[in-house]
Write a protein that binds this ligand. Structure first.
Ligand code: E4P
Length: 217
């Protein structure tokens, strides 16, 4: 399973990349606004450091301008992936950009049928939002499962990029279902390594080791 970092914070992205946990990056207009940085500058900076796809989202709502913005964003770097909202205009832009071999990430997906449309329009990635469905008392994980079944039924190559991940259980459930990619905030990715018994066990091993008076180096 690929891990994308859902952030525009380069320090945090680099910290995870140094561990070997970064296959790509996703951003959205809210993440860019939170960074307080210039959109194109921050995307260029991330693209320089990270080899995998870096999603940058269009902000127009009509297909013509979405396509123009997508082409413009793609000029920033060869690993820019154009993020488009799941509307009819977004799907039209997805078809056009896909024909131009520009990678696309269709975002704000909340139903299996929306995911089916994105695959038919040649999306590289579909981003179903788990946490936002959970927020309204629906089951975001069920959505990932349904999309996996539909894509496997027809052999669609669009990758399921599970988004709006809020906790470690979301990651585990996505891995069990077979989501191709998860995108999560740095804090969630780091907390995947935590287990109380790991910390307790390490503490005991080090205490016993100290008692031997030996050293390795
Ligand atoms: C990623 O592509 C999405 O924009 C992001 O995961 C949304 O997460 P949120 O619902 O926590 O804002």
């Amino acid at each position: 399973m690929k891990f994308f970092v859902d952030s525009a914070d380069l320090d945090q992205i680099l910290e995870l990349n140094a561990i070997g946990l970064v296959d790509g990056v996703t951003t959205n207009p809210s993440i860019i606004a939170k960074s307080g940085r210039d959109f194109k500058d921050v995307i260029a900076e991330i693209c320089k450091e990270i080899k995998g796809p870096v999603s940058a989202e269009v902000v127009s709502t009509d297909s013509e301008h979405m396509i123009a913005e997508g082409r413009e964003l793609r000029k920033i770097a060869s690993n820019v992936c154009v993020k488009l909202p799941l509307t009819l205009d977004g799907l039209k832009a997805c078809s056009t950009l896909s024909r131009e071999e520009i990678p696309t990430n269709v975002t704000l997906c909340f139903s299996p049928n929306q995911a089916l449309l994105a695959a038919k329009c040649g999306a590289t990635f579909i981003s179903p939002f788990i946490g936002r469905l959970d927020d309204i008392s629906l089951d975001g994980i069920d959505l990932i499962e349904d999309i996996r079944t539909i894509y496997d039924n027809y052999g669609y190559e669009t990758e399921i990029l599970a988004a709006s991940i809020r906790n470690v259980n979301h990651v585990k459930d996505c891995a069990l279902i077979g989501a191709d990619v998860i995108t999560a905030p740095p804090s969630v990715i780091k907390s995947l390594a935590n287990h109380v018994l790991t910390h307790k066990g390490l503490e005991a091993f080090l205490k016993d080791w100290k008692g031997t008076g030996q050293s390795i180096l």
